[in-house]
Design a protein around this ligand. Structure first.
Ligand code: ADP
Ligand code: MG
Length: 524
C-alpha cells in the first residue's frame, strides 16, 4: 500500500493526534518508506538528505513501541544540540502517551542526569561519550533496551565516535532492533551496519540530485582581506531575518562575530569551544530572534533545526560537497524557500566546481553589492532595529550614564545624530555630507565627483587630493570636501576645472585600481 497519510500507519491515535498538533500534514518520503518497516521490527538503514524528517521517521515507531515505564529506546547522536532537539521532538510525538524522554550529553553535570535517569525514563537521547560514561559508571542500564538508533551516523563517523558506538552497542541486548540514519553512506558505515545490524533493509531517498531545489544558490568572489566588508555588504543588501553563517574554524567564528558586532550587527557564535550553558543560551537567543546572525562551525550547526532560517551564508566554502549540502539544507526546510550564499576566494573556484559537479547544479555568480545599493537597505535595516529598541524600556546603566554625561554639553538632537552616524559606520568622516544627507551645504561653484575607489583600496583623503592636484594640475587647496566610503569616494572640485579632472584622470591607475570618475548623482 502506498502511504499517503499518517493515518495509514498502524499507530496509536494518540500519536496521530500529536503529529497533527506538530503541524505535520503528510509523511515525508523517508518517513513513508521506513516507518512501516520499523513498526514491523526490522533493522533499517535510512539515507536521506538533511531536513527530510528522519527524526520522526524513527521517533514515531519508538513512541508506538513503548509499552512500559522502563528504559526501552536509546538514540545516539553526535552533538548536544541534536540530543536536545531530538528529545524535544520525541517528547512532542509522545505527548499524549506521556512518554518520558531524557537528553544526556557532556557538559551537563552528570549527577543531574543520574537523578533524571532514575526517574523512570523510557527514551534516552545522548552523545556517545556521555552515554559510555554512564554505562561505565553503571548509572545507565541497557538490559531492557529494544531499540537503538544511530542518528546522523556519518557525522559520528567523522567525529571519531565509531569506537564509542561499538562499545555502547556491546551493552545492549543482541535481540534489539538497530536503526541507522544518515545523510551520506560512506563504506565505513556500511561495514559498521554489517557488523552490528541484523539483516538490515536499506532505504535511500537520495536522488541523483542531492540539493533541495527550492534553495537559491549563489556565490560571491571575494579576496580574503575583503571578506568581512563584503559579507557586510551582502548582509545589508539581503537583510536576512535570521541567517546562519558558516566558518571553517572556531577561531574564525570568534573573529567574525567580533567583526560583525563592531559593525553593529546582532551576531553570536556557536562552536565546540563553548560551554554547554553558553551554547544553549546562544541557541535560545537565536530561536527567539534576539540574534540575527548566528556564526557557526559545521560541527556545532550539524542537524540544528531552526525555524525561518532565511539565509545560509558560507563565509568559508565548505571542505567537501557533502557538507555543502548539509549546510545549505539548513535553509529552505520543509518546503520553505531559502537562499544560500557562498563566498569564494579566487583560488577556490576549483573547489566550487567540484561541489557543483556533485550537486549537479550550477551555483550562479552574484557581484558584491555596491555601497550605493546597500545604503538604502542599511538605512531601513537600522530603522527597523532602532524602532525595536525605542519600544523597549532602557535600563542599560552604561548607556544612560553616557547620555547624562553628553547631555550636559550637547543637545539631544546632536547626540542622536552622532549616535546614528556611529551606527552607520560613518564616524570617521570629517563631514556628514555623504550620500545620505542632503546636498544643501554644497558650494554652488563646486561639482561633486564620484570616484570608484575607497577605503578598501587603502586610499585616504590626502591621497585623493594629491592625485587630483597632480594628475589634473590644479592647486590642492582648490579641492573641496572629500568623503571616502569603503568602495567609493566623493570629491568636490571647482566646476570650471571638473572637465580637466575628467580628461586627465579618467582611467588612470590609482593604487592598483582603474579609476572611474562620474558626476555624483544628486540624491535626495
Ligand atoms: P533530518 O533529521 O532529516 O535532518 P528533521 O527530523 O530534523 O530532519 O526534520 C526537519 C524539520 O521538518 C523538523 O522541524 C521536523 O519537525 C519537520 N518535519 C518532519 N517531518 C515532517 C512532516 N512529515 N511534515 C512537516 N514537517 C516535518
Ligand atoms: Mg536528523
Amino acid at each position: 500500500m502506498k502511504i499517503k497519510s499518517f493515518a495509514d500507519f498502524k499507530i496509536n491515535k494518540k500519536i496521530l493526534h500529536a503529529v497533527v498538533d506538530m503541524g505535520f500534514e503528510a509523511p515525508s518520503p523517508i518517513q513513508s518508506m521506513t516507518i512501516p518497516l520499523l513498526l514491523s521490527g526490522k533493522d533499517v538503514i535510512g539515507q536521506a538528505q538533511t531536513g527530510t524528517g528522519k527524526t520522526a521517521a524513527f521517533g514515531i515507531p519508538i513512541v508506538e513501541k513503548i509499552t512500559s515505564r522502563e528504559l526501552q529506546a536509546l538514540i545516539i547522536t553526535p552533538t548536544r544540540e541534536l540530543a536536545i532537539q531530538i528529545a524535544e521532538e520525541i517528547k512532542n510525538i509522545g505527548k499524549y502517551k506521556r512518554i518520558n524522554v531524557l537528553p544526556i550529553y557532556g557538559g551537563q553535570p552528570i549527577e543531574r542526569q543520574i537523578r533524571g535517569i532514575k526517574r523512570g525514563i523510557q527514551v534516552i537521547v545522548g552523545t556517545p561519550g556521555r552515554i559510555l560514561d554512564h554505562l561505565q559508571r553503571k548509572t545507565l542500564n541497557l538490559n531492557k533496551i529494544n531499540i537503538v538508533v544511530l542518528d546522523e551516523a556519518d557525522e559520528m563517523l567523522d567525529m571519531g565516535f565509531i569506537e564509542d558506538i561499538e562499545n555502547i552497542l556491546s551493552y545492549a541486548p543482541q535481540t534489539r532492533q538497530t536503526i541507522l540514519f544518515s545523510a551520506t553512506m560512506p563504506p565505513e558505515l556500511l561495514a559498521l551496519a554489517k557488523k552490528y545490524m541484523n539483516n538490515p533493509e536499506y532505504i535511500s531517498v537520495i536522488k541523483e540530485q542531492i540539493t533541495v531545489p527550492t534553495i537559491e544558490q549563489y556565490y560571491f568572489e571575494s579576496k580574503e582581506k575583503n571578506k568581512v566588508e563584503d559579507l557586510c555588504q551582502v548582509i545589508d543588501m539581503a537583510q536576512p531575518e535570521k541567517a546562519l553563517i558558516f566558518c571553517r574554524t572556531k577561531k574564525r567564528v570568534d573573529s567574525l562575530v567580533e567583526n560583525l558586532r563592531i559593525r553593529g550587527y546582532i551576531a553570536d557564535g556557536l562552536h565546540g569551544g563553548l560551554t554547554q550553558r553558553q551554547r544553549e543560551k546562544v541557541m535560545q537567543n537565536f530561536r527567539k530572534g534576539n540574534i540575527e546572525l548566528l556564526v557557526a562551525t559545521d560541527v556545532a550547526a550539524r542537524g540544528l533545526d531552526i525555524d525561518q532560517l532565511s539565509h545560509v551564508i558560507n563565509f568559508d566554502i565548505p571542505q567537501d560537497p557533502e557538507s555543502y549540502v548539509h549546510r545549505i539544507g539548513r535553509t529552505g526546510r520543509a518546503g520553505r524557500s531559502g537562499v544560500a550564499y557562498t563566498f569564494i576566494t579566487p583560488e577556490e573556484y576549483k573547489h566550487l566546481r567540484a561541489i557543483e559537479k556533485v550537486i549537479k547544479q550550477r551555483v550562479n555568480r552574484k557581484n558584491i553589492p555596491t555601497v550605493m545599493e546597500t545604503l538604502e537597505n542599511k538605512k531601513s535595516y537600522l530603522y527597523k532595529r532602532l524602532l525595536k529598541l525605542l519600544e523597549q524600556e532602557d535600563n542599560n546603566k552604561q548607556v544612560l550614564d553616557l547620555l547624562n554625561e553628553l547631555s550636559g554639553h550637547y543637545s539631544y538632537q546632536k547626540i542622536a545624530l552622532a549616535a546614528l552616524r556611529l551606527c552607520f559606520g560613518d564616524d570617521n568622516q570629517e563631514s556628514s555630507n555623504n550620500g545620505l544627507s542632503s546636498d544643501s551645504n554644497k558650494k554652488s561653484d563646486m561639482v561633486r565627483l564620484f570616484l570608484n575607489i575607497g577605503k578598501v583600496n587603502k586610499i585616504g583623503p590626502g591621497d585623493i587630493a594629491r592625485s587630483i592636484a597632480e594628475g589634473a594640475s590644479i592647486p590642492e587647496n582648490a579641492i573641496g570636501s572629500i568623503d571616502i566610503f569603503d568602495r567609493f569616494s566623493f570629491v568636490e572640485v571647482p566646476a570650471n576645472l571638473s572637465e580637466k579632472v575628467f580628461q586627465l584622470m579618467q582611467g588612470i591607475n590609482l593604487k592598483g585600481k582603474i579609476l572611474n570618475i562620474e558626476p555624483a548623482k544628486n540624491r535626495k
